[in-house]
Design a protein around this ligand. Structure first.
Ligand code: ATP
Ligand code: MG
Length: 451
């Protein structure tokens, strides 16, 4: 008997320790089971308490009256599926007549407390079916990306969403994006995650980093072109616009519109071109965009206008030529001058890290998802890398990037350096680097020097 008590006490202490120190492990070992029992056991009463039941239908009342049975109870939505995941539970329910998905999103906070889950988000799967995604612990506290199969295409996993899912940056779906945030909010780490994700794909990376290249220059081996000051940036952008025009000429040549060509084979962008002809897609990363838009002298003003005009042209026309923009800055509003709001309007993807004022949050979401503005301002200072992402469809979600150190990003870029494509139009901007030093394989726990 004593042995049994000792074992139970041991298991309980292990569970408590895991819950405190390793919530992800706790969830996988004990948490899932407890949560399943709690959700299934309390389901009907919680739905009732949260106002998510419907009164019995007339025919059931009539039937009960005719058969002299007690009045039937209010009915909760029917459970279609309850699936445990790495981070929580996914509950799919069939709505009762008269209910709508908004009832569930409005009750998500009440559901969270009632089921003792960390977070509950809801979404409509199809008419009459709602999915509740619940997380069992704070997934944004210590971000761990799961091992993922090769996504392929132009889709890069960059962060974890608050509902436990992986957040992907998909360039073909959302070609251009804006990333704003106060200093030290995690913009550059977000961008570094993107570079590390893109490094393994067949894509050319072009960077403009006006902080003298401190963020992107260490990753230069995977960059086809790099500019670390506004003077080089203006020429680099001109060259990119020139390259874009060449790509359009190529598409135009291949665009045979004769009657015998099937519709699906008529080309309007690089993705419809045959593999052997398709130019490599380019992702242009701009860090600290405000540096490109500020000027003190007449000459700098001319340079600024050229830069903004090129960026606007790339954002308006670049997508079909396979040129995608990723623009980071602390602020990105009309105070940066002519052309900025025009450029912002083309940046469909919006990511806002912590900001210090509502105006900055408005720069990202004011024109697309006003309720995301409040969520952005509420990001705590002790959680760098947390951001709110949204798009022009009005939806938004909280995410947090894993803390990818510069050293690990450098190692990833160096490992994929052989993939760096050459683009003749951008040859003049190719970073000049010494050959990669052959470093001995590092022992576990140590990392090789940045080459
Ligand atoms: N996802 C993350 N998890 C943990 N810490 C992070 C994360 N992202 C950023 N940090 C921390 O925040 C610091 C600042 O991040 P980062 O350099 O990306 O900010 P920034 O927004 O680019 O700032 P600035 O505008 O000054 O360049 C990093 O050095 C790192 O210590
Ligand atoms: Mg930065």
């Amino acid at each position: 008997m004593t042995a049994l008590w000792v074992s139970l006490a041991l298991v309980a202490s292990v569970a408590l320790l895991l819950r405190w120190q390793r919530p992800a492990w706790y969830w996988m070992t004990f948490g899932i089971l407890f949560a399943l029992v709690r959700v299934l056991g309390r389901y009907a009463s919680v739905m009732d308490a949260c106002g998510l039941t419907v009164p019995p239908s007339r025919w059931r009342l009539t039937l009960a009256r005719m058969t002299r049975r007690p009045v039937p109870e209010a009915r909760a939505p029917r459970i279609l599926r309850l699936r445990p995941t790495r981070t929580g539970l996914v509950l799919r329910v069939k709505l009762r007549p008269g209910q709508d998905a908004f009832d569930f999103s409005a009750a998500s906070d009440r559901l969270r407390h009632s089921f003792v889950m960390r977070n509950v988000t809801t979404r409509e799967i199809r008419s009459g079916v709602v999915e509740l995604r619940m997380t069992g612990y704070d997934v944004l506290k210590r971000v761990q990306m799961p091992a993922l199969p090769d996504g392929g295409g132009m889709r890069v996993p960059v962060a974890i969403r608050e509902d436990g899912e992986v957040y992907y940056r998909d360039y073909r779906q959302i070609p251009h994006a804006l990333n704003v945030g106060a200093t030290q909010s995690g913009k550059s780490v977000y961008q570094r995650n993107l570079v590390a994700g893109l490094a393994a794909l067949d894509v050319a990376l072009v960077g403009i980093d006006c902080k003298q290249g401190v963020e992107l220059a260490p990753l230069a081996r995977r960059f086809t072109a790099l500019a670390d000051n506004p003077d080089t940036a203006v020429d680099l952008l001109d060259a990119l616009v020139g390259h874009m025009e060449d790509v359009y000429q190529l598409i135009r040549r291949e665009q045979r519109l004769s009657a015998d060509i099937p519709d699906a084979e008529i080309t309007a962008d690089i993705w419809d071109l045959p593999d052997r002809l398709r130019p490599t897609p380019i992702v242009l990363m701009v860090d600290e965009v405000a540096e490109l838009a500020l000027f003190a002298t007449k000459d700098e003003e001319k340079r600024r206008d050229r830069i903004i005009t090129s960026l606007v042209r790339l954002s308006q026309l670049g997508r079909a030529a396979g040129i995608y923009l990723e623009i980071c800055g602390q602020r990105f509003g009309s105070e940066l001058g002519k052309g900025i709001t025009m450029l912002r309007a083309q940046l469909t993807g919006r990511t806002a890290h912590r900001v210090n004022d509502e105006t900055s949050a408005n720069m990202a979401f004011g024109d697309v998802a006003p309720d995301a503005v409040l969520a952005t301002i509420q990001i705590p200072t002790d959680r760098p890398g947390t951001a709110v992402v949204g798009d022009s469809s009005g939806g938004w979600v909280r995410i947090r990037t894993p803390h990818l150190t510069l050293r690990r990003a450098v190692n990833t870029c160096n490992a994929h350096a052989h993939r760096t494509p050459e683009i003749p139009a951008l040859d003049a901007f190719r970073p000049v680097l010494p050959p990669l030093a052959k470093t001995p394989t590092p022992a576990a726990g140590t990392a090789p020097a940045i080459a």
